[in-house]
Write a protein that binds this ligand. Sequence first.
Ligand code: ADP
Length: 357
Amino acid sequence: HYATNTHGFVGADLESLAREGAMNALRRIRPDLDLESQEIDADVLESLQVTEDDFKEALKGIQPSAMREVFVEVPDVTWNDVGGLDDTKERLRETIQWPLDYPQVFEQMDMEAAKGVLMYGPPGTGKTLLAKAVANEAQSNFISIKGPELLNKYVGESEKGVREIFEKARSNAPTVIFFDEIDSIAGERGRGQTDSGVGERVVSQLLTELDGLEELEDVVVVATTNRPDLIDSALLRPGRLDRHVHVPVPDEDARKKIFEVHTRDKPLAEAVDLDWLAAETEGYVGADIEAVCREASMAASREFITSVDPEEIGDTVDNVRISKEHFENALEEVGPSVTAETRERYEEIEEEFQRVE
Ligand code: ADP
């Protein structure tokens, strides 16, 4: 019961809930005690039984932290942390960074700054990374909202949640608002992703906010999805999420660049060849490549740690290297997340989307 009624609660909120429940029980059995200043006798505590009603009462008074706060951050991801995707980076730079950096040029040229960008592509291809990089490079604040979270965290108040997010963004401008997995809230209206119509109300609110954004108000919405075909078309119209950026499964060249990013601070044995790794990893997306590099480092660490006397590590750690074999094992552990079959399906969806957009 409590697990399902405590959406958005963090550990500290649960602790408060437990404490308040106990306090309610104390107030109930000993209304005469002044709980703030009086010591409570051990026998009172021993006879204390916290009932369901005590907890229910406590639940009314505690707001989950996650709901109170729309977190604003300044990401530290740079363009250099994103491997490959050169065209995508360029598009984002021109669409998001330039209007923020050179508003006078856009005015002079009578060009409209983008209010919203939809990034689409399979999971793990670097969409979140790109959004953070563009916010950082444009020296913008960043508000990150996961679609499903918006529905769960603000139970019954999702539209209010959307309003608060935009308010917060405006008062912290320039701001990039990042809606991850937007299809979970903005699936085609009426298609019933959610039964209660919450999705529909949230989309309406999103439309209102997007339409209300003054041009060059320095708030840009970046949304992501791996199902662009499911997005409510009203959201994609001009003046809304009207810039569409494809983030593809990386080709061999891009994979090499992603391997470069994830091995640049790691000690590699000479035999480790990034061209070879790129050639061996058809169907691997950025997130898979990161996992391969992590696995290989872990294998090298494991081998070293289990073979030395902890007392005698000293400088010997300087000679530890990640070998080709470690990578071979890692490739067996971590498979490609995009198989030929799913890739074809994504390509079909994407082509269809590009055709109608
Ligand atoms: P998405 O948002 O498309 O699902 P993410 O941006 O969250 O994917 O990627 C997850 C992780 O995978 C990133 O934190 C990063 O470590 C790695 N990654 C994905 N794409 C790339 C890339 N192009 N270059 C470097 N790392 C990447």
